[in-house]
Design a protein around this ligand. Structure first.
Ligand SMILES: [Zn+2]
Length: 296
């Protein structure tokens, strides 16, 4: 499922090719996305309007249009936005084809159809964004603020990280990687984390999200960028999808935990409570080495 880095990679790929370009029209496929504006709404607000800019909020991609309308996309589980020159190729599961000047076509392809494509007329509130929390890569998120939101709460850390109302755009893959890097157990009650834990968690959150963007995102099954290319960050994953394999830091077997119906991957040695300070009674010192020495 595309998370913040994948949507950001798509935004960066589309922006230079779409900015300043006019929409000509839209064609719908036989099936609808989970949330999709009616065809007359697209026809009213898109043709003839230029794309002014492309923005991202969490996992949402927003195209600001001349005249004030906004075209909003969410890729759901398996959505792709592919920009093709010339006549659109006959691909399966394309539910919307946006034609642009210069012969370009922007295709919304989505096997499972959990995606969203909505047009908002000028001045209308972008209601899907009302529940979107702060951007983890912006200075609006601070360790102090996270600690404050977690104070007195028994909620597991994994659920807290996945809550898009707290921090936007973090999903199942990056949550596992972030908690491993920060050496925090996914089931740790958030109220039990120290100020140092929150600082370390936020530092690794930003480092991992930036690294994933630089690598073009993570492709496990479906994700492709707007050029149709896979990402590369799956090669850098240290715990996600690796249950039963050796931890690259300490050699212990990576475990899988079911949290809220979703799999979390973690190292039982590196992510024990207190692991970041080193802990007495360890069989060896493997898990006490600085994380940055991890080999890939
Ligand atoms: Zn380990």
């Amino acid at each position: 499922m595309p998370e913040l880095p994948e949507v950001e990679v798509i935004r960066r790929g589309l922006a230079p090719r779409l900015r300043g370009r006019r929409f000509n029209g839209v064609a719908e496929g036989p099936h609808r996305l989970r949330r999709q504006s009616p065809a007359p709404d697209f026809s009213r607000w898109l043709p003839g309007r230029r794309v002014l800019d492309l923005r991202r909020r969490g996992k949402y991609l927003l195209l600001d249009l001349e005249g004030g309308a906004t075209l909003l996309f969410h890729l759901g589980m398996t959505g792709r936005l592919l920009l093709t020159p010339g006549p659109p190729p006959p691909l399966p599961h394309v539910h919307l084809t946006f034609r642009l000047e210069g012969g370009l076509a922007l295709l919304f392809q989505d096997v499972r159809r959990f995606g969203q494509a909505l047009i908002f007329p000028p001045g209308m509130d972008l209601t899907p964004l009302e529940q979107v929390g702060r951007e983890p890569l912006s200075p609006q998120v601070t360790a102090r603020r996270l600690a404050k939101m977690a104070r007195g709460r028994f909620r597991p850390l994994k659920n807290f990280l996945l809550d898009g109302r707290i921090m936007a755009g973090i999903g199942n893959i990056y949550a596992s990687e972030i908690m491993f890097a920060a050496r925090l157990h996914p089931a740790a009650p958030v109220g039990s984390l120290s100020p140092a834990d929150w600082r370390r968690l936020l530092r690794h959150t930003r480092r991992i999200l930036r690294a994933a963007i630089a690598r073009g995102g993570t492709t496990i099954n479906d994700y492709l960028d707007s050029h149709g290319r896979t990402g590369l960050f799956q090669l850098d994953l240290l715990v996600y999808g690796r249950h039963g394999e050796a931890c690259r830091k300490c050699g212990a077997a990576i475990e899988r935990l079911n949290q809220g119906g979703r799999s979390t991957f973690f190292c039982p040695c590196c992510q024990t409570p207190g692991a970041e300070q080193g802990r007495e009674g360890r069989p060896d010192g493997a898990c006490d080495a600085p994380f940055d020495n991890v080999s890939k």
